[in-house]
Design a protein around this ligand. Structure first.
Ligand SMILES: Nc1ncnc2c1ncn2[C@@H]1O[C@H](COP(=O)(O)OP(=O)(O)OP(=O)(O)O)[C@@H](O)[C@H]1O
Ligand SMILES: [Mg+2]
Length: 483
């Protein structure tokens, strides 16, 4: 800058004058202005500010000045500005007096220490003068609320105990236990082969519990890379990492606070994390990555696995202490083979669901087809049954499914069931269905391939993914589509 001889030579003096005149300009032209001291006490208000006193519940300046600002101006952030020393240049303040565009600046003493703050009401009723901006603000707020509602709805359990079909002794026993544990808060362990309904029952227990209105959060341990699991579980404190995670992230435990956390495929939990999980289960508190503060959480845990946890404890793959902690209330889900009494009801419910979710008409099973299907071993249990029914429905336009519609999908039994086999052979009434849309056919083929791979590996998903040469994550993704 070129020095100008007409200005005072003393820069400090100039600054003082500038500060003084700025203060005066703001005090006169802003709608209102206040000065607050280090203890948050109001020491001065401008003439303009007096117009807000009645709406804040004060008759005179005398009764207002001298009070702590947070006691007399609802929602003010002046205290925060004093405590942090950081200004809030533009903000919207809403309270019973209206909505205001405000600005808050810290005041500093000679040594730079905060000695108070100035608050400015730049504009009142910004909703009329700043219409476009306010409309945008209101719209964004609505969108955010919608998103929150949708998220909450998604987290709410999808199934109830009544949607667990079956009245066989084994199914009733599983449902009875589910109802009983739903009353309390204890950790639940769901055991059963692949496709027996563990995830469905986890949702159902949550829905029947006092936590039903709180979130249900699931995490599939086998589907998350080992290196990311800890952050997924416990979250990351802000600033712990640089880059995308700089702001920190909430872990599943925190997201499930007040509700239920479903730990699917608990048998795939790496040993190193097992001890940390045990601690959270015992203490109900956790430490996010990069934080040194313990976080209290109130979460009911439901764990599930199709693996033999007791055997894994035996050969050192699973911690005994965690196993005992999880195994307080085990519920074993029966295989489809163990509850043939439920076969018809299950098939009927599945066909109904298939029709509801697709564009196809509702099919029914002929007695012969029912007999044929009920005699199958079903290593993939209800998921496999569902796939086979869906596939048969797609292959034919007929509303009544005959044994021939299942040719190639199930094995035809020998001996006593020769009659069914003969029927299958002679059932030549099969009409060629009009081809289904290509995406549907591709999806069906995928399901079929996955069901076959799972059957081949007795439900071991890691092995099935290997057979299919796809990643574990992809396999879980595709399995998740049936729910
Ligand atoms: N009792 C049941 N009544 C109706 N549908 C069921 C029942 N059990 C399971 N299903 C259906 O079967 C499919 C598989 O169930 P689910 O995903 O709960 O099995 P899972 O035990 O978690 O299997 P996995 O170990 O492979 O994850 C889902 O589509 C589910 O809705
Ligand atoms: Mg599952």
């Amino acid at each position: 800058m070129v020095p100008n001889s007409s200005l005072p030579r003393d820069a400090d003096n100039l600054l003082m004058l500038a500060a003084q005149s700025m203060f005066d300009v703001f005090a006169r032209s802003a709608q209102g202005m206040m000065v607050v001291d280090r203890e948050h006490r109001i020491v001065w208000i401008s003439e303009g500010y007096k117009q807000f006193l009645p709406a804040l519940g004060f008759e005179s300046e005398d009764s207002f000045v001298g009070r702590r600002v947070e006691d007399v101006v609802p929602n003010t952030l002046m205290a925060q500005v004093i405590e942090t020393g950081r200004p809030i240049l533009v903000d919207l303040l809403s309270n019973q007096a209206g909505t205001f565009l405000v600005s808050r600046l810290p005041l500093r003493g000679a040594a730079g220490e905060v000695i108070g703050a100035i608050g400015l009401v730049l504009m009142d009723h910004p909703e009329s003068t700043m219409q476009p901006l306010m409309a945008k603000f209101a719209r964004l707020k609505n969108e955010l609320e919608d998103a929150h509602r949708q998220l909450a709805a998604q987290r709410r359990a999808k199934h109830t105990i009544a949607s667990f079909i079956g009245n066989s002794a084994a199914a009733l026993e599983a449902k009875r236990q589910a109802r009983r544990v739903a009353q309390g808060n204890s950790t639940v362990l769901l055991l059963g082969e692949t496709g027996t309904g563990k995830e469905l029952l986890a949702h159902a227990i949550h829905a029947a519990s006092a936590r039903a209105t709180m979130p249900f959060v699931g995490i599939n341990i086998a589907a998350v890379p080992e290196t990311l699991l800890e952050a997924e579980f416990f979250g990351v404190a802000p600033g712990a990492y640089t880059g995308a995670d700089r702001k920190g992230r909430e872990g599943k435990f925190k997201l499930a606070d007040g509700g239920t956390l479903f730990l699917d495929e608990i048998g795939d939990m790496p040993l190193s994390l097992q001890s940390k999980l045990l601690r959270v289960l015992q203490e109900q508190e956790l430490e996010p990555l990069g934080s040194n503060q313990m976080l209290k959480v109130d979460v009911r845990v439901i764990a599930a696995t199709s693996r033999d946890l007791a055997a894994m404890v035996g050969n050192g793959q699973f911690r005994a202490d965690l196993y005992y902690r999880l195994n307080v209330v085990p519920i074993r889900l029966p295989t489809l083979r163990e509850r043939t009494a439920d076969f018809e009801a299950l098939a009927e419910a599945l066909l109904e669901d298939i029709a509801r979710r697709s564009s196809m008409a509702h099919r029914e099973l002929s007695p012969e087809a029912l007999e044929l299907l009920a005699a199958q071993p079903w290593p993939g249990n209800i998921r496999e049954l569902r796939n086979v029914l869906e596939q048969a429905s797609m292959m034919s336009d007929e509303l009544r499914l005959m044994p021939s519609h299942f040719a190639g999908m199930v094995s035809v039994p020998l001996g006593a069931d020769a009659a069914a086999a003969a029927r299958l052979e002679s059932d030549q009434t099969l009409q060629q269905a009009a081809p289904r849309p290509l995406p549907e056919q591709i999806e069906m083929l995928e399901r079929q391939a996955i069901a076959a791979a799972l059957a081949h590996t007795q439900g071991n998903k890691v092995a099935a993914a290997k057979l299919l040469q796809i990643s574990r994550a992809k396999l879980y993704d595709k399995l998740a589509r049936d729910n």
